[in-house]
Design a protein around this ligand. Sequence first.
Ligand code: G6P
Length: 501
Amino acid sequence: SVSRSACNSKGSMIVVSNRLPFILKRNEKTGELERKASAGGLVTAVAPVVIRGNGIWVGWAGIHLDNINEKIPESDPNDKTPTAGLLSSKIVAIHSEPQLFDSYYNGCCNGTFWPLFHSMPDRATFIADHWRAYIKINEEFAEKTVFALKLLKENKEKNGTSPPIVWVHDYHLMLAANWIRQRAEEDEIKCKLAFFLHIPFPPWDIFRLFPWSDEVLQGILGCDMVGFHITDYCLNFIDCCQRNLGCRVDRKNLLVELGGRTICVRPLPIGVPFDRFVSLAQNAKPVLSTSQKVILGVDRLDYTKGLVHRLKAFERLLQKYPEHIEKVVLLQISVPSRTDVKEYQDLKEEMDQLVGRINGRFTTPNWSPIRYIYGCVGQDELAAFYRDAAVALVTPLRDGMNLVAKEFVACQINKPPGVLIVSPFAGAGEMMHEALICNPYELDDAAEVIHRALIMPEDERTVRMNHLRRREQLNDVDSWMKAFLKAMDSLEEEADDIGAT
Ligand code: G6P
């Protein structure tokens, strides 16, 4: 068994993530750096905990800084978002040579791990140079995190005596934890280390395709606690630890043993800031015309989101059920993403062509079936779309969780409500039982499910949506944050002898 020093959520928190919780932009006229607030749910929940505990955020600012001493600006005085209170002295930014960062981010993170972990190995590239860049940048993150730990140690009076929690996020940083542990031990700095993966963890027969898969597991296992969205991903990870590294594992209690340490693996399904979306929906002005029912899709333009399949399923619907012609539109919002990666550029081309082809096939003098927005939409407008749509199509081929499904139900305040369609291959599909489930690969069935959603009686819609909303309100992003802190608190008790495998 392993002894653990006491850990409780009263300690400070250091968050380590590829992106800082805001974006830096350079003012073209003055050349000065400016902070642009980020509205993501994760930031909403985590930033207040970091600020409250006098903690630190380590990450990449979204641009390459001119030099190592260039100061991160304070937030704008009018900024009311949760990161506004994060002082620049509490931010440690990563510096890297642009080409190295490109091999790490576009190469290894988005060219290798993203497709591989979404079980799409044919889209993944395995390039030793990219992997070397990934190692280097992870080392840089680890070094900056140890620097942050030292800052906290110097300020012990302010930060209390509980050891800080270091929380490393996502597939960009799977090696950092192990180095942070080693360096902290050398410098006699106490801390508790956690990792959370925001994307799926693949089954062993996919994971093992990565040539340096052992190193990835060893990196993650540097933590005391490893969190995933759902139990399936936990079990995949445990399986890989056992089969790749020969670790002793306990599938019932979700434990892995390595080098005399016991690592807890936990399902921690993330939620959304539910009440914030409700109030956005209450206040947003209507933007959609009421003359047609709107089927809504909102996604980053990413091949994992099943957008091509979705458009084809919609085409099939119009072909099979022509009664929907001129009565229904598909509003697809595709947010530009990772535009330096070829797979994403190709998808953009394919979508543009497909939208053109389907619209060319079905458009009448007064109606077009697809409205396609390639760009970002503001929070208010988005809430209005979510609120006023008749159907939301959340049909990824693979997705760690998918927050669009949850944001949609939060905004469904109209009576009678709309219908959520969700893919069983998204983490969200696992728990949102009252949604209509649709396998995006089966176009005929997908068309049937959309038809069923469009003709669903009001009372059935109401019952389903009430259940969905209640669950998401209860399991919102703050409750995810609390569950994480609770899991960190209870590490001590869990670290008993490992049981049967
Ligand atoms: C996913 C990942 C996040 C990432 C986001 C946007 O949700 O889990 O870590 O930040 O995509 O992708 P980007 O590459 O723009 O950061």
